[in-house]
Design a binder for this molecule. Structure first.
Ligand code: HEC
Ligand code: HEC
Ligand code: HEC
Length: 77
């Protein structure tokens, strides 16, 4: 029963505007993160991401990979 929720989240995301990370951050070394196999669940292992950002977990799942982030958020300049 997770599928309809995912579709709803994608539909909602499509109508919401996702922030570009590079508006505030330096370019994110995406290739390096791909090599590390980084997923959303792992960001906090290396970064204090939760201190600065509240990530809505109805819109995001822990399994999202860094390349999937770039579908919605600009991470490279
Ligand atoms: C389906 C599109 C989509 C995907 C994929 C996605 N996001 Fe998001 N994200 C959004 C939307 C929409 C918001 C809410 C609006 C906003 O603040 O950008 C958001 C918000 C955020 C925020 C909060 C920004 C703030 O305002 O503080 C962070 C951080 C974030 N996402 C990180 C990630 C990361 C990391 C990944 C990959 C693991 C990811 N997102 C994947 C759509 C997406
Ligand atoms: C409106 C400005 C802004 C935007 C847009 C933004 N951030 Fe941030 N972010 C910050 C600030 C401010 C901090 C806390 C200070 C710092 O550590 O740089 C932070 C901290 C972080 C950290 C922890 C810092 C570290 O190295 O430990 C991560 C990871 C992060 N942000 C990821 C993202 C991602 C991914 C996005 C895009 C979805 C994003 N941010 C968009 C302002 C922003
Ligand atoms: C294995 C450790 C590791 C993991 C897991 C990881 N990163 Fe990184 N990340 C790094 C390193 C190393 C750098 C480059 C050095 C630096 O700038 O801190 C970096 C750089 C960044 C930067 C740009 C530098 C900054 O702090 O502004 C952002 C943003 C970022 N990572 C976001 C993420 C996000 C989002 C995730 C989860 C999808 C993630 N990282 C997972 C190690 C990691």
């Amino acid at each position: 029963m997770k599928y309809p929720i995912l579709l709803a989240a994608l539909f909602f995301a499509g109508s919401a505007v996702a922030v570009d990370c590079v508006e505030c951050h330096e370019e994110i070394p995406v290739a390096q993160h791909v090599e590390d196999g980084a997923t959303l669940a792992m960001c906090a292992d290396c970064h204090a991401i939760g201190d600065a950002h509240e990530i809505d977990m109805e819109m995001h799942t822990p399994e999202l990979t860094i390349t999937e982030c770039t579908d919605c958020h600009q991470m490279e300049k």
